[in-house]
Design a protein around this ligand. Structure first.
Ligand SMILES: C[S@@+](CC[C@H](N)C(=O)[O-])C[C@H]1O[C@@H](n2cnc3c(N)ncnc32)[C@H](O)[C@@H]1O
Length: 466
């Protein structure tokens, strides 16, 4: 009797592994092979390799599979650090050398730009940072598995809703990545082991926070078990029964807000939080406070360099008026404010706008105006801040890009635009509009390795008025 999965796809999958030569690599890092005029995308296979793979999907023109044995390996293949790599959907590129991962991402960006008819005058050197233990934000799945009679904590398996059975995660910050198994064992002791749905992880410079989402009220004994576990590892523990911002602090009794520091001019410019003119660092480190559910850049080292580079690329002057769109907690806006006359920062989450204002006050910065607006709506087009002139613009939209707001930037005639993107396809689409309709040239573009070992591509593009 075919499984539901097989019936839906309409074709029975061959049981036996198939030997194949991998002739190329897809943009998201899967090996490409051709069998009977059908293109097959093979997980965990590299160009130039011979592998045995098993089909995971088979349709008329396209098929997918997973490598079960490498018969002839590429010299770019490396041993994954993570023991659960083959199963876990958290990373997809750990079998590839770092150089190849970075090249894959850079090629993806440049191909997308070319496909949209724009090419940068200069390709920036990739921005590199730590490759493991970098990830400071995550939502971990929690599941009690009857068959295994235990709780699993981690990311989902590739192409499935099951949680990966893993002891640790190599890309997560070590304060959490190293204790996944202990965390699962702790939850396994709870009466509520079946109704803990997920754990939100947020790591700041001062502490690591775990937010346990529970679907049923917790009995006192469960609260004690969780509190003891977190206290003994100096973790801050919140319980969340309702909305994401509706948190109950379990331990410690009192806690300061999560925060991270942003050094002026990037992490390489002088030690400590104090100004250091010798290293070109004029201001003390910025302190940015946040809540576990707030958007923050997941890789702090890359973030520091990305913000400092953006200020350099914009060539900020003391007389500049700057527009920061999709400004979040003020990550770019507050750093830029110290190097220019005025920043107008626009963000679509009212909660974040309020926190950004608090962050400005915390850092004694009074030349940023934080404005709440939906940058994808038509109403925003009549907003007074859009009628003003700005010398420089910074854009940092979500994956869907900034297509709705870009035409409205035409009248501003800004000299330079820096566009930070987490999705090369929408960056390339928007770049074509900036170049063809708004009269900009694409001076520089490059990738930033914000998410090593995963398929996510973070990039930056610098536009100048022709
Ligand atoms: C990639 S994040 C960048 C945040 C900030 N620049 C930073 O570096 O932390 C994108 C931001 O866009 C905001 N956003 C999402 N949809 C939006 C919309 N329709 N209008 C305005 N802002 C939006 C999100 O709340 C988020 O803060």
């Amino acid at each position: 009797m075919p499984s539901k999965k097989r019936r839906r796809r309409g074709k029975r999958l061959p049981e036996e592994p198939v030997e194949v030569e991998i002739t190329g690599l897809s943009s998201e890092g899967r090996g490409i092979a051709h069998i009977d005029e059908r293109t097959v995308f093979v997980d965990q296979a590299l160009a130039g390799e011979r592998v045995l793979f098993k089909y995971t999907r088979l349709s008329k023109n396209i098929a997918e599979g997973r490598t079960v044995e490498v018969l002839q390996a590429s010299d770019q293949r490396v041993r994954p650090k993570c023991k659960a790599f083959e199963m876990c959907g958290g990373c997809s590129l750990q079998h590839m050398s770092s150089e190849m991962q970075v090249k894959l991402k850079q090629d993806m960006l440049l191909d997308q730009l070319k496909h949209n008819g724009v090419e940068p005058e200069e390709v920036l050197e990739p921005l590199l940072g730590p490759e493991f233990g970098y990830r400071t934000k995550a939502r971990l799945g929690v599941r009690y598995v009857n068959k295994k009679e235990k709780v699993l904590v981690g990311f989902r398996e590739r192409g499935s809703s099951f949680i990966t059975d893993t002891e640790r995660c190599e890309v997560l910050h070590p304060s959490v990545g190293e204790i996944l198994e202990e965390l699962a064992e702790c939850i396994n002791q709870l009466e509520a082991r079946r109704t803990i749905a997920q754990i939100e992880v947020a790591v700041g410079d001062n502490q690591t926070v775990l937010v346990f989402r529970h679907l049923e009220p917790l009995v006192d004994e469960d609260r004690t078990i969780l509190a003891d576990f977190c206290r003994s590892r100096s973790l801050v523990c919140y319980l969340q029964a309702g909305k994401p911002d509706d948190l109950e602090l379990l331990v410690p009794e009192q806690v300061e807000a999560l925060h991270y520091y942003l050094p002026d001019r990037g992490p390489d410019c002088g030690p400590g939080g104090e100004p250091d003119m010798q290293h070109g660092k004029k201001f003390p480190d910025l302190k940015i406070e946040f809540q576990p559910a707030d958007f923050t850049q997941v890789n702090p080292e890359i973030n520091k360099r990305m913000v400092a580079n953006s200020i350099d690329f914009l060539d900020l002057q003391e007389s500049d008026r700057v527009l920061d769109l999709f400004s979040g907690l003020g990550n770019f806006s507050l750093a830029m404010a110290r190097h220019c006359q005025q920043v107008t920062a626009v963000e679509g989450s009212l909660v974040m706008v309020k926190k950004a204002r608090d962050n400005a006050a915390l850092n004694d910065i009074d030349n940023v105006e934080f404005i709440y607006a939906d940058l994808y709506s038509d109403e925003v087009l009549s907003a007074p801040w859009l009628k003003q002139k700005y010398d420089k613009i910074l854009l940092d939209p979500p994956r869907s890009g900034a297509a709705a707001i870009i035409p409205a930037l035409k009248k501003m005639q800004a000299k330079a635009i820096v566009y930070v993107s987490c999705h090369p396809a929408t960056l390339a689409r928007d770049a074509a509009v900036l170049v063809n309709d708004l009269g900009y040239k694409l001076k520089k573009a490059g990738i930033m390795n914000m998410f090593p070992h995963t398929g996510h591509v973070e990039s930056i593009a610098v536009f100048e008025k022709k």
